[in-house]
Design a protein around this ligand. Sequence first.
Ligand code: IMP
Ligand code: MG
Length: 173
Amino acid sequence: MADLIPVLNKDEIEKMVADVAQKISDDYKDSELVLIGVLKGAFVFMADLMRKITIPVKIDFVGISSYGSNTVSSGKINLTRDIEINIKNKDVLIIEDIVDTGLTLKYLIDYLKSFDPKSVKICALLDKHERRETEIEVAYPCHRLEEGFIVGYGIDYAENYRNLPAIYQLNLN
Ligand code: IMP
Ligand code: MG
């Protein structure tokens, strides 16, 4: 049996997302902003976030797999879907569900920089800051967490729980 312990409810998520969307809209008001969502985990967050951003924006997605059916990072990162939009000289904001060790995003930032964007920054729904193993800056963190394995609001465990409308800690017994 698995226990789901509530971490953030729907209202808390909605407020967090609205706040960060406001900051992004202010900071990028004079730029050509491209949001790049990291599939699959960030798709729910991205869908809510982009509808609260009030400036013109383009969107694209990358697919990255770094985990198997496990709660521990495999350390192996594969690009399973590439961007389609030309990001040269554009301001890119990576939209991620959770930053944990940071290894996935370190890889993705280096990859996206090879297309010569004007800037590349990170917006993350959840930031497990203390678990970082590499130097990356999350410019727009919505919520900081110290520990626990999280599911819901797009985020999975072995492809399950993505449809939960709120965010939970999963305890496997
Ligand atoms: P990192 O490379 O260690 O930063 O791993 C980040 C990726 O691992 C995220 O994109 C998530 O997909 C996944 N991940 C990290 N922590 C969790 C978690 O608590 N629940 C579900 N997925 C997670
Ligand atoms: Mg992910």
